[in-house]
Design a protein around this ligand. Structure first.
Ligand SMILES: Nc1ncnc2c1ncn2[C@@H]1O[C@H](COP(=O)(O)OP(=O)(O)OP(=O)(O)O)[C@@H](O)[C@H]1O
Ligand SMILES: [Mg+2]
Length: 214
């Protein structure tokens, strides 16, 4: 069995204890909500951790081994593996298709790259505090913007990677590219508001270069 540990997280406290994930929320309602969403998604065949128990504000989940999407993507980038990145993004697109079919009209919402685990038999989505309504282009635009902004942000290599990612998504998900680009602009504006040291001018300059490539 894996050793107990505490994971990096912002909102809640997440740890591995006795082989199970223990997620402590600030209130019982938020824990109940994630329980509801996970149960629904699992019932409809989306790859998410199994819900094991709910006790007030504490949710117990199946532990899903494997690297986070962020670590896997950065590793492939380091290796300069365009093929690897493209294959991984195709798997991610499969996960999103499962999700969109399971809950039509809804989007994933919080698509940060620490909310996906790359397991041996595919990707698992974690962290479902909300289940927003919206358009697929919002999820895809946010994913691409997050990717562009992870350190080392806005490099030329990142442009190449983001092109690969968008192409891999477009092959499997019907997307309006100009809407995706618009959502990327919104996402950068949002990051400017929320992050202390976010250089939005640099992000927008990078986006103009990216637009010419796609
Ligand atoms: N079922 C799981 N299997 C393996 N690891 C998990 C699982 N659930 C959570 N983790 C780990 O714990 C981290 C935080 O979990 P989660 O995103 O659910 O918490 P959070 O507090 O809502 O996080 P944040 O606010 O930072 O997005 C994940 O990035 C992952 O590393
Ligand atoms: Mg998270």
């Amino acid at each position: 069995m894996e050793k107990n540990k505490i994971f990096e997280s912002r909102r809640n406290t997440v740890s591995l204890e006795k082989g199970q994930i223990k997620k402590v929320f600030s209130d019982a309602e938020a824990a109940q909500h994630e329980w509801n969403v996970l149960t629904l998604l699992q019932l409809r065949g989306v790859s998410v951790p199994e819900v094991l128990d709910l006790r007030e504000n504490v949710l117990y989940l199946q532990y899903c081994p494997g690297p986070l999407l962020l670590d896997r993507v950065l590793e492939l980038e380091e290796k300069n593996s365009a093929e690897g990145l493209s294959g991984l993004c195709a798997e991610l697109a499969d996960w999103f298709n499962q999700f969109y079919q399971a809950v039509p009209g809804h989007i994933r919402g919080d698509v940060n790259f620490r909310n996906f685990i790359v397991g041996v038999s595919g990707i698992t989505g974690i962290d479902f505090e909300t289940l927003p309504i919206g358009q697929k282009e919002t999820d895809m635009g946010n994913l691409l913007s997050y990717y562009a902004a992870y350190s080392p942000a806005f490099t030329t290599q990142r442009t190449k990677g983001t092109v690969i990612m968008l192409n891999a998504f477009s092959e499997k998900i019907i997307l309006d590219k100009s809407k995706v680009l618009k959502e990327m602009r919104f996402a950068f504006k949002h990051m400017e508001k929320r992050r202390k040291c976010f250089d939005v001018k640099r992000a927008e300059g990078w986006l103009r270069g990216f637009e010419k490539e796609v």
